[in-house]
Design a protein around this ligand. Structure first.
Ligand code: FAD
Length: 815
């Protein structure tokens, strides 16, 4: 075996093979792919998967990865035998509720550009005559879904890779050589390979390999049962691999596929059966196949009965092949992709289904080659997890829940139930006293609205909701919104991430990764994006200069780990810059509203006038006896400050401000109102309105880009982009019917064609209209253009509006 390689890929399952295949196409050479099992029936999950591919996902990234996968598998043959069978899929509606949800699913499919349709029971019966149509209300049909022969894909890919990579079976990786945080080599049962790059595609063995390098790969293997029947009389003589559409019966967490003259049945309909990664041996150490456990009929029976109810012919056959395999579930159900922040050169592609294998291989190959994956993969980034998400009990609890919910109807605002109360702000007891309803984000308990504000409904009369739209929502949010525009509110900002960037190289470093100028006088706050090399928006945050060589970066709590990893990855290694995450040292509040200055003035001796403390500046202040840093900024578009103080002073700060604001009607503001307030002001939300798929020009953030005479990460790409006209633009719409409500990701149509999808949406209580943002082709983005938003199959007229919808002169912010 080679003693040197440009890259070692660990795992010759679908992910390892797909990535090596794509890298070879991109010109990589001198790669080594090793697997502990025999090639290509390695004994990993890929060898056990029946290969159903359902492309539709409420995540656009996952849908795109699946679409890429279908294209890639479709292009492959092994000895003239296809690797992919596009027989189509049916997701049946067993209940009216499911039918309604399938309409929503059809909406996202249209948003993501995937061809799909809803069928009535008769049409479903024509497609799958074995199905008892009387049991269903209809089905969601995707013609390009189908069956992948995953092991065949691996072998076909390895042949195409040719001599760009050497593949070795029965070769176990036993450790890594890491020096000063950089990978130097991979130890295997056949000797050491010197290399500066490794890609871990080890599936359920991933956490063990991660641990060998001190890199956490937070996933849990979960058992999964699948069985194939004896031949069906109705299919006698059928020898083709598959011709019937694949089928999902989500209300019974079960799926089926035809396989020659038999049927295969898979079940999620049982309590999750977790496996400890340390209990899964390598094939060399195991007496039997290590990734297969005893088939437990008690965990399969409900699914089998449901299959028989739908397809009565299955009642007359036995289960002849039964497998209890396992595959990976992460705390949020998404893959784990990218280069570890801990070890340079240690790449990971884990928790990936066959459904996404090809697309993931392509994206990871591009990422390794060009520094960006070529599409927005923030939801799957290895560096997205907050610290607690690496804890074993968290990984298990959340992984199990992902398995349980894999086919559930999930409301966009649905909150996880366990574990909760992981991260609490120092104001938490006050928030409890005020009867907050909490939403969770990155472990933080964040008030969404406050029952104590119910009395505001005597003053304000926001519109009500019912049904689906009213779930995880309260009319009180509307009252909080309207009150924030008239009095003064306190908003818990403790979850905001705070990073200190310090040192003689700090200014140059930040100037080199920020699209806006950072070289401003001490006390200046700057809003900026950080871009990737393609000009896509990687992070958006504020940078405050607090000293000659000292800066404070503030960013959202949900993106903290992701943003910090990005910043650290680009920092110089010569000791001229220190980056410290001080999130846990400081808590914060937003004190906002027309009465904010009067409130703060009562407890702060400093001159808070507009002249002495202008918009977008920061100062150290005292609130009573609490030392604090105040930033004159507001994401809700009102006069006010973000105020941060050391955690131990937090409760005192809250109480002092609360007392001071009493005479002005101070009240606690929840996250629900915060969102509708920011949308009225047109403030972009990273992860929804902006991310790496969009550049600042399309996002309407030109004003925060300073290109002239500067060279920063992404500036070359922006220069090229700025030479061309923008052809899509983030556009503000309002729904025409005053009672219209949508929840996000809906398709936007012009003349019956989908031209965009909703990135952010909420009711604008001050303007009395429902707001939706969407990237639209520029020819459809002019003010007063009439469009349509499709919601659960209903068409709601909408009109392009000028933005921001509220206080466009910014007189409130700058008063
Ligand atoms: P694997 O295929 O497990 O490959 C990892 C490889 O790494 C293994 O070959 C292993 O031997 C090797 N390895 C591990 N440790 C080492 C080491 N130390 N040294 C060397 N090599 C090592 N997905 C779908 O999309 N559709 C389906 O219908 C479907 N059905 C499924 C049904 C069952 C019963 C199961 C178990 C899974 C199913 N899946 C399905 C999930 C899918 O199979 C997996 O998610 C996918 O195959 C994972 O691919 P992988 O390449 O990451 O992992």
């Amino acid at each position: 075996m080679e003693s040197r390689a440009d890259l070692v890929v660990i795992g010759a399952g679908i992910v390892g093979c797909s990535t090596a295949h794509r890298l070879a196409q991109m010109g990589w050479r001198n790669m080594v792919v090793v697997d502990q099992g025999p090639l290509f029936e390695t004994g990993g999950s890929t060898s056990h998967a029946p290969g159903l591919i359902f492309q539709t996902n409420f995540s656009r990234a996952m849908t795109n990865l699946a679409r890429e996968t279908v294209q890639i598998y479709s292009s492959l043959k092994l000895d003239e035998v296809p690797c992919y069978y596009p027989v189509g899929s049916l997701e049946i509606a067993y209940t009216e509720v499911r039918l309604s949800d399938l309409k929503r699913k059809l909406g996202v499919a249209r948003s993501w550009g995937l061809d799909a349709e809803l069928l009535n029971p008769v049409a479903v019966g024509e497609m799958l005559p074995l199905l008892d149509q009387s049991k269903i209300h209809g089905a969601y049909h995707v013609p390009s879904d189908g069956i992948a022969k995953a092991v065949r894909v691996c072998e076909a890919m390895s042949r195409e890779v040719g001599d760009a990579a050497s593949f070795y079976g029965n070769t176990v990786v036993t450790g890594f050589d890491i020096v000063n945080g950089s990978l130097q080599g991979v130890m295997t049962s056949r000797g050491k390979i010197k290399t500066s790059k490794v890609l871990v595609c080890a599936g359920i063995w991933g956490p063990r390999l991660g641990r060998m390098a001190n890199v956490s790969i937070p996933l849990t293997p979960v058992q999964h049962l699948y069985a194939i029947t004896s031949p069906l009389r109705e299919l006698a003589g059928e020898t083709r691999e598959v011709v019937h559409p694949i089928l999902r019966h989500q209300d019974y967490a079960m799926y089926v596929r035809q396989q020659g003259d038999c049927y295969g049945i898979g079940s999620y309909k049982h309590e999750p059966l977790l496996v400890d990664p340390d209990d899964i041996l390598s094939p060399a150490d195991a007496d039997e196949a290590p990734a297969i456990l005893k088939f437990t009929p008690e965990h399969f029976e409900v699914a089998r009965q449901a299959a028989v109810e739908l397809i009565p012919a299955l009642g007359a056959v036995d289960l002849t092949y039964k497998i209890n395999g396992m595959f990976s579930f992460t705390p949020d159900g998404m893959p784990v992709l990218g280069e570890s922040a801990e070890v340079k050169g240690f790449w990971v592609a884990e928790a990936v289904w066959v459904t996404h294998g090809g697309g993931v291989g392509k994206a990871v190959a591009e990422w390794m080659s060009n520094g960006t994956p070529g599409m927005d993969l923030r939801e799957a980034d290895i560096n997205r997890f907050p610290p607690h998400a690496h804890a074993t009990n968290y990984v298990k609890t959340r992984g199990a829940q992902q398995y349980r919910e894999v086919y559930d109807i999930i409301h966009p605002l649905q909150q996880m139930e366990h574990p909760r109360n992981i991260r609490l702000s120092p104001f938490h007891s006050r928030l409890l006293d005020l009867d907050a309803t909490f939403f969770e984000s990155a472990g933080w308990e964040k008030p969404q609205w406050f029952e104590s504000n119910r009395s505001l409904l005597q003053t304000y009369n926001p519109p009500d909701r019912s049904g689906w739209e009213a779930q995880n929502w309260s009319r009180i949010q509307g009252a909080e919104h309207l009150s924030a525009r008239e009095s003064v509110c306190l908003f818990d900002l403790s979850s905001f991430a705070k990073f200190e960037v310090e040192g003689e190289g700090a200014l140059d470093f930040l100037e080199g990764i920020c699209a806006n100028r950072i070289d401003h006088p001490i006390g200046k706050v700057t809003y900026t994006a950080m871009l990737n090399s393609r000009g896509g928006i990687k992070c958006d945050l504020t940078v405050t200069r607090v000293g000659p060589g000292k800066f404070w970066i503030l960013t959202g709590g949900g993106t903290a780990a992701h943003d910090l990893a990005w910043i650290r990855a680009h920092a110089p290694e010569n000791g001229s810059v220190y980056i410290t995450d001080v999130t846990s040292q400081y808590c914060g509040v937003g004190l906002w509203g027309p009465q904010a200055r009067k409130t703060l003035s009562k407890v702060c001796a400093q001159d808070l006038s507009n002249h002495s403390f202008p918009y977008f500046t920061a100062q150290e202040i005292w609130i009573g006896s609490v030392p604090a840093v105040a930033l004159r900024v507001s994401y809700i578009g009102e006069l006010g400050w973000e105020i941060y103080c050391p955690v131990e002073y937090g409760q005192g700060m809250w109480d002092t401000l609360w007392e001071a604001g009493r005479e002005f009607g101070i009240f606690p503001l929840g996250g629900g109102a915060f969102n509708s307030l920011r949308l009225e002001k047109g403030y972009r939300l990273w992860g929804a309105d902006i991310h790496t798929d969009y550049n600042p020009f399309e996002a309407g953030l030109d004003w925060a880009v300073k290109l002239e005479g500067r060279d920063f990460l992404g500036s070359q790409a922006l220069r090229k982009l700025s030479a061309k006209p923008v052809n899509r633009r983030l556009t503000c719409l309002t729904l025409d019917p005053s009672e219209g409500v949508i929840l996000g990701k809906e398709p936007v149509l012009a003349q019956n064609s989908v031209i965009g999808c909703v990135t952010s949406t909420d009711f604008g209580y001050s303007i009395g209209r429902h707001i939706a943002y969407s990237y639209l082709p520029t020819e459809h983005s002019a003010k007063r253009t009439s469009l349509v938003v499709e919601y659960f199959g209903q068409r709601i007229p909408a009109t392009v509006a000028g933005e921001p919808l509220f206080d466009p002169e910014r007189s409130r912010l700058t008063s």
